[in-house]
Write a protein that binds this ligand. Structure first.
Ligand code: NAD
Ligand code: MG
Length: 388
């Protein structure tokens, strides 16, 4: 197996599972953005054949750290593509953002399972990703907990009998905050997720609910379901991950503790299941599970994403790119929390006048991504001024 993004939160959970099933998997390639020390240590621990650092400036450090190990070192875009295409039965795609698009697409190969965590890749270029998976004969398995739950629940009946799919959302750390208070939330508060421990980008997306919006688009591509059959339900305990409603009135859900190792283990072992000694779900100890409708007024990002999904064309690609820049700007304390969806909305409005079509090729997706990022950077000073 190969892990693209081995040093991140999903990468670390994957590596933990490898340690719990010694000898079950052999590692082909591991990649990271710039933490050469961590990457080299992991490559040595698992006897990887190839270690790739995305940042070319860290290549020397990686090469030195691997000296005498016999592990090949590479860097940059070509290195990431080499890692993605090196022989492996399973590739875990766990890079954050549209930066993962090219390697994740390159990982699609005949008789291969691609366990996809990199949702931005599906939001940015979902149609072409799924089409390539189909022509290559690759199996796409969703790592994202909600989509993994949908994948498992869909097995309970024929596709024609599916009435709707509901993704749950924790509601994030600001679920109960009044609108007024959201203007003053800090980066530290936004980075404290109530139920999941994750990388910074997806944690901020969970706080704005943009994450759930991206996940609607992700579900649309993964399962070929139209927007009107996709719902979101807030469920603060993060135990029920998704529900599939069938025509006969049966609702099939998947439940587990909020631990990404559960869906990752499912993808690694599929169609088998492995006993990795998971933490047990104790419903009696939890006592109750609650559900509520999302509040689109306080969390407009969810409505923006649904709007982009319904509009189609280049809108989801633009939404994703703008959101990546907006989240970076919030983390850099340049804009306030409500500034994230406000900035994304402004970029979407501007992009409409560019009349961009849905990307049919990777280069088109990257071009739209580039245009949207530039538009967003152009609008940023105005939104930064509003926040200060
Ligand atoms: P993270 O930031 O913790 O890790 C990202 C990994 O990708 C790291 O190994 C990093 O070195 C690498 N990376 C980052 N930018 C890169 C670049 N420009 N080029 C090459 N490599 C790069 O992120 P994460 O939380 O592990 O999330 C990874 C993906 O999985 C995201 O798309 C996220 O939305 C999705 N996801 C994460 C979780 C979670 O629990 N963490 C849950 C569901 C979905
Ligand atoms: Mg999710």
């Amino acid at each position: 197996m190969t892990i693209l993004g081995a040093t991140g939160s999903i990468g670390t959970s994957t590596v933990d599972l490898l340690r719990r099933a010694p000898g079950r998997y052999r590692v082909t390639a591991l990649t990271a953005r710039r933490d050469a020390g961590r990457l080299a240590a992991l490559a040595r621990e698992f006897g990887a054949r190839l270690a790739v650092i995305a940042d070319p400036n860290a290549y020397r450090e990686l090469k030195d750290a691997l000296a005498g190990s016999g592990i090949e070192a590479a860097a940059g875009r070509e290195g990431l593509i080499a890692a993605a295409t090196a022989p492996a039965d399973v590739v875990v795609a766990a890079i954050t953002g549209a930066a993962g698009l090219e390697p994740t697409l390159a990982a699609l190969a005949p008789n291969r399972r691609v366990a996809i965590a990199n949702k931005e890749c599906l939001v940015c270029a979902g149609r072409l990703f799924m089409a390539k998976a189909e022509t290559e004969g690759a199996t796409v398995l969703p790592v994202d907990s909600e989509h993994n739950a949908v994948f498992q629940a869909l097995a309970a009946g024929p596709r024609e009998a599916v009435e709707r799919v509901t993704l749950t959302a924790s509601g994030g750390p600001f679920r109960t905050f009044p609108l007024e208070r959201l203007k003053r939330v800090t980066v530290e508060e936004a980075l404290k997720h109530p139920t999941w421990s994750m990388g910074a980008k997806v944690t901020i997306d969970s706080a704005t609910l943009m994450n759930k919006g991206l996940e609607l688009i992700e579900a649309n591509h993964l399962f070929g379901l139209p927007p009107e059959r996709l719902d979101v339900l807030v469920h603060p305990q993060s135990i029920v991950h998704a529900l599939v409603t069938f025509h006969d009135g049966s609702v099939v859900a998947e439940l587990s503790v909020a631990d990404m190792r559960v869906p990752i283990a499912y993808c690694l072992a599929w169609p088998d299941r492995i006993d990795w000694q998971p933490p047990k779900l104790d419903l009696a100890a939890l006592g109750s599970l609650s559900f509520e409708r999302p509040d689109l007024e306080r969390f407009p990002a969810l409505a923006l994403a649904r709007g982009a999904l319904e509009a189609g064309g280049a809108a989801p690609t633009v939404l994703n790119a703008a959101n990546e820049i907006a989240v970076e700007a919030f983390l850099a304390r340049r804009i306030d929390f409500p500034g994230i969806p406000a900035l994304v909305e402004a970029v979407l409005a501007k992009a409409v006048s560019e009349g961009l079509a849905e990307p049919a090729t990777v280069s088109e997706a990257l071009a739209i991504d580039h245009v949207a990022r530039s538009l967003c950077r152009g609008l940023l000073p105005e939104f930064a001024a509003k926040a200060s």
